[in-house]
Design a protein around this ligand. Structure first.
Ligand SMILES: *Cc1c(COP(=O)(O)O)cnc(C)c1O
Length: 395
């Protein structure tokens, strides 16, 4: 059979997702890779064992199943290497541990995913690593925040819950001028709608728990890097003994096959509902970077090729009724589930808490709610949201 790998670099996203990571002729012709469970891997002789001159050497270092998924993600990201780790949060903490040491300083965007901040404020702090949170709106002004010991910059666009965009190319270029490694949490866009490494990022991170898995049944993280930063990451992960199960890797590879068509639906349905919300008197604002009225929309339009299914809106509510209105709205929903995470096929709604942010504090009035628009029919979702608005009106 022809070598597909080269061809897959030049085809559309759906074609690519349908064939990535598969090598049927190496697997008795079966279309999908096998689920290879294992700790021990046998060597044919001592010469091979002593030189470890064999593709697979031990279960924690990878299996044919995890390798198939890594290859698929490398192809999507344009990365040199990808590590699979047991959660999206681990995909953030492991590179931070790999690239920072006592006495270093890191710049982290203030609109970061909250558990990233918690890790920085506890574990990193205890290791003697200093962190400064910066305004997501900064462009050239980032320049003034670098110190002689600044080693790493962590970006996330759009920001968690408040969805402000960042100029990733500009911020990466400034960071590189100061000799810093640039990480980006790209979970929202997936590599289909934004490819961080093409915009100067060194380490691209995904909660594969979200769209790659797509069915709310697997936890996983991807860490993809360029060649320069692969070794340090790989060694730290090896030292820590972190790996994922072949069963989970198989499920995520299965999820990738339909990711583009699922995202197309999430994209359209979420935008439809966001625009519908914009026109209501009981909604004070809609925070979605693909809406032309949203501040920083221009950056999204220039750099991203699509938007996913998660955004926030501000439910109209007087100051003293913010919590009770949010509760009434959410408790009246029958299709939207009340729960954490997103990226599955089902819709979710949550009250947003911005924790201890110091700069990107979000809207100051009304109740901020986050929606994940799933694969249900849009009209049913709107009818469900109407139930929420009706209930909130009675507060
Ligand atoms: C969910 C999420 C994560 C963490 O993923 P888990 O698999 O739940 O640990 C990281 N970053 C962002 C932006 C997320 O939304």
């Amino acid at each position: 059979m022809k070598n597909k790998n080269e061809l897959l670099g030049h085809v559309g996203p759906n074609t690519r997702l349908a064939h990535l990571g598969n090598a049927p002729l190496e697997n008795h012709g079966f279309v999908n890779p096998s689920i290879t469970r294992g700790s021990t891997v046998l060597f044919p002789d001592t010469a091979t064992l002593r030189t470890e001159n064999q593709k697979f050497t031990y279960g924690t270092h990878g299996t044919p199943t995890t390798d198939a998924l890594c290859q698929a993600v490398n192809s999507l990201e344009g990365s040199f290497g990808t590590l699979l780790v047991p959660s999206g949060l681990a995909a953030i903490t492991i590179p931070l541990l790999s690239y920072l040491k006592a006495g270093d300083h890191a710049l982290i965007v203030d609109s970061v995913y909250f558990p990233t901040r918690r890790f920085c404020n506890t574990t990193l702090k205890n290791l003697g690593i200093e962190v400064t949170y910066f305004d997501p709106a900064l462009g050239e002004e980032l320049e003034s925040l670098f110190k002689p010991n600044t080693k790493l910059v962590h970006l996330e666009a759009p920001g968690s819950n408040t969805f402000e965009m960042q100029d990733i190319g500009l911020l990466s270029a400034i960071s590189h001028r100061h000799g810093c490694i640039v990480m980006m949490d790209n979970t929202w866009a997936t590599p289909l709608y934004f490819k961080p490494l093409e915009h100067g990022v060194d380490v691209s991170i995904h909660a594969a728990t979200k769209y790659p898995s797509g069915h709310s049944d697997v936890l996983m993280g991807f860490i993809s890097t360029n060649e320069e930063h692969w070794n340090a990451l790989y060694q730290t992960n090896l030292n820590l003994g972190i790996c994922v199960s072949p069963d989970d890797a198989y499920q995520v590879l299965r999820g990738l096959r339909t990711m583009a068509i699922r995202l197309e639906h999430h994209n359209k349905a979420a935008l439809d509902i966001a625009k519908w919300l914009q026109n209501r008197n009981d909604v004070w604002d809609v925070l979605h970077p693909a809406l032309p009225e949203f501040p920083t929309h221009d950056i999204w339009k220039r750099d991203f090729t699509g938007s996913s299914g998660v955004f926030s809106f501000v439910l109209a509510a007087d100051d003293e009724k913010v919590k009770s209105s949010a509760n009434a709205f959410l408790d009246a929903l029958q299709i939207f589930g009340l729960g954490y995470s997103w990226g599955g096929y089902e819709s979710l709604a949550l009250p947003v808490s911005l924790g201890d942010r110091t700069i990107a504090k979000g809207p100051q009035r009304g109740a901020l709610l986050r929606l994940q628009i799933g694969l249900e029919d849009v009209e049913d979702l709107k009818a469900d949201l109407e139930r929420g608005f009706e209930a909130a009106k009675k507060i």
